[in-house]
Design a protein around this ligand. Structure first.
Ligand code: MF3
Ligand code: CO
Length: 229
């Protein structure tokens, strides 16, 4: 359901649409599929999706903001169905975007893919973290540290935290069946972030652009299973 919803979001993200409209569409989709929006009401969060535009990193609150050609829009969705949570995000270009923005989007997706590839039994959690960090930094991008991925299951956020940085070969051993939400946030400029006065929206300190991709993944014996692919 989460992957389907992100495909709907991909079709709806275009110049002229408001982030509030995207939220309405997502909420209607979730409810019509008999599920519950995971984010709405979570610590008072007011919407069903997060929509984080350009310099916004994560947790942007949908509203009257109109997407413009050349923007990049991070759309993060989560649902609860039959007692279990699933969480995923993608950063979409709005129409044609500049080279740097496309590079940011591609690198963030690649960093996530490299992290996911480590989600197999016998590895350590730190192998995921290091794969994400090294992929990002090889491409000259910085990695946000204040926000991290997480275990997921009967709650949206469970242990362990899944940092997007740190040394390999450390942290808890990965075991088949663990469910992890891996979610790198990469910046074109510095890695520092701050929270806007709305109490939610995380932005880069230098106001340069940020990308965010997330998948919910099961650790496997031989290979990872991407639940939200
Ligand atoms: N994927 C994000 C996270 O894991 C979305 C949470 S939004 C919130 O933090 F509103 F629920 F906090
Ligand atoms: Co998450």
């Amino acid at each position: 359901m989460v992957s389907e919803l992100l495909r709907v979001m991909e079709l709806e993200v275009k110049a002229g649409v408001t982030t509030g409209r995207l939220d309405e569409i997502a909420e209607a989709f979730i409810l019509s599929h008999g599920a519950i929006p995971a984010f709405k009401g979570y610590y008072g969060y007011p919407a069903s999706i997060c929509a984080s535009v350009n310099e916004e990193v994560v947790h942007g609150i949908p509203g009257p903001r109109i997407l413009r050609e050349g923007d990049i829009a991070g759309i993060d969705v989560g649902v609860k169905l039959d007692g279990y949570y699933s969480d995923a995000a993608r950063t979409f270009p709005v129409g044609r975007v500049d080279k740097q923005s496309q590079r940011l989007i591609d690198a963030t997706r690649e960093a996530l893919e490299e992290g996911i590839a480590k989600a197999v039994e016998g590895n350590h959690l730190g192998d995921i973290s290091w794969a994400v960090q090294s992929t990002a930094e090889k491409r000259g991008l910085s990695v946000v540290r204040e926000y991290v991925g997480h275990g997921i299951g009967r709650h949206l956020h469970e242990e362990p935290q899944v940092p997007n940085f740190g040394p390999p070969n450390q942290g808890p051993p990965l075991v088949e069946g663990m469910a992890l939400a891996i979610e790198p946030m990469l910046n074109l400029g510095g890695r520092e972030v701050e929270v806007l006065k709305d109490g939610w929206t995380v932005v880069t300190k230098d106001r340069k652009r940020s990308g965010h991709f997330e998948q919910t993944v099961f650790v496997g014996k031989a290979y990872p299973e991407i639940v939200t692919a």
